[in-house]
Design a protein around this ligand. Structure first.
Ligand code: ZN
Length: 348
């Protein structure tokens, strides 16, 4: 029997919540205790109707947070929301046919034309720092049952006001949407960090006037006002002791992955390098619609997948199925994603 390392204060500090959320929290505690939650969650889901249509809050994957240790660093993945829809073609495999992409899905026990996208910020307690990496959809996602970051941080015993540093992997809307609420910074005591190339691109005339003007506008409204408290990062820069920025350009011009290392263990936060757990690994060269530079994005995927496979180091993927945690193995000229099961659970 395994249990997560869960700080006792978490149970005490959880504020009263609506009924539906209480159920989710009970599942959380069962999961945390390594109990039979595997049978509980589907039962709750059955009561809610179709799982693909359930909102994030009633989804069987609720409670929506998962905690584990990397050395002495406490890592909590928070599920900001889930967006089910059609796909993965043509978002993934844009340069392929629907039949080819569908066949790969069916080979891997997935529906040919259904796809669920996940959105997962991460909170890391590292030394004296409480670091939030990416911020989810924020208020813009609420109508669709997303933007649950701060609510679920609360359920996991984490307070927005305690966050000391907000790190942004890149400046797409689903990563910066939670920075502000009604024009006010949500993480009121935090400083910020983002890649220098990324910041320069989104504040450039090119971005403001080109096909990505909408996103540039969001950056202007939510990221630029924080720039006095923002550190700009380059490849290899130490964000804080134990956390290093690694250039992962391609998806956006300056996206950064982050390497966390503590007490001899490592974890890579890969942001949107690998956004589909089959396609991104088994067909790393297939074009992805949201990759701005498709050649660079594929090169970045291959470079990191090879490194992660050889080093046998776990990764987190922002859009991979919750909690987006796993390993990479080589498979011929490509790779496979191996979801984490109990490798990172501490003996209880
Ligand atoms: Zn994204």
């Amino acid at each position: 029997m395994f249990t997560f390392v869960v700080r006792p204060k978490i149970e005490r500090e959880v504020a009263p919540m609506p009924d539906a959320f209480e159920v989710n929290r009970r599942n959380a505690l069962l999961l945390a205790a390594g109990g039979v939650a595997g049978t509980m969650a589907p039962r709750a889901a059955a009561a809610q109707g179709s799982t693909m249509e359930a909102t994030s809050d009633t989804h069987p994957l609720a409670p929506g947070w998962r905690r584990f240790m990397i050395g002495d660093a406490e890592v909590t993945v928070i599920l900001d929301g889930i967006r089910p829809g059609e796909g993965p073609f043509p978002t993934f495999g844009e340069d392929q046919s629907q039949e080819t992409v569908g066949a790969l899905m069916e080979e891997n026990f997935l529906p040919a034309q259904r796809f669920a996208n996940f959105f997962q910020p991460v909170v890391i307690r590292l030394g004296e720092e409480l670091i939030l990496v990416d911020t989810g959809m924020g208020a813009n996602g609420r109508a669709n049952g997303m933007g649950l970051l701060t609510q679920r941080m609360g359920a996991a015993g984490l307070k927005p006001g305690d966050v000391t540093l907000v790190v942004l992997t890149h400046l797409h809307g689903d990563h910066i949407g939670g920075l502000m609420e009604g024009g006010v910074p949500v993480f009121s005591n935090a400083r910020y960090a983002v890649g220098r190339t990324e910041m320069e691109f989104w504040t450039s005339d090119d971005a403001k006037n080109g096909p990505r003007a909408e996103n540039a506008k969001a950056v202007e409204a939510t990221v630029v006002p924080l720039q006095d408290k923002t550190t700009l990062l380059g490849d290899g820069d130490e964000v804080v002791p134990g956390m290093t920025a690694r250039a992962a350009f391609g998806h956006t011009p300056g996206m950064m992955a982050f390497e966390v290392s503590s007490a001899g263990e490592r974890l890579f936060l890969m942001a949107d390098t690998f956004s589909h757990f089959i396609v991104s690994f088994q067909r790393p060269d297939w074009q992805v619609r949201f990759d701005q530079d498709k050649t660079a994005a594929a090169e970045t995927r291959r470079r990191f997948a090879g490194m992660l496979a050889d080093a046998k180091v776990p990764l987190l993927g922002y859009h991979l199925p919750f909690p987006g945690l796993g390993y990479v193995e080589r498979d011929g000229d490509a790779f496979r994603f191996v979801p984490e099961t109990y490798q990172l659970l501490a003996d209880g």
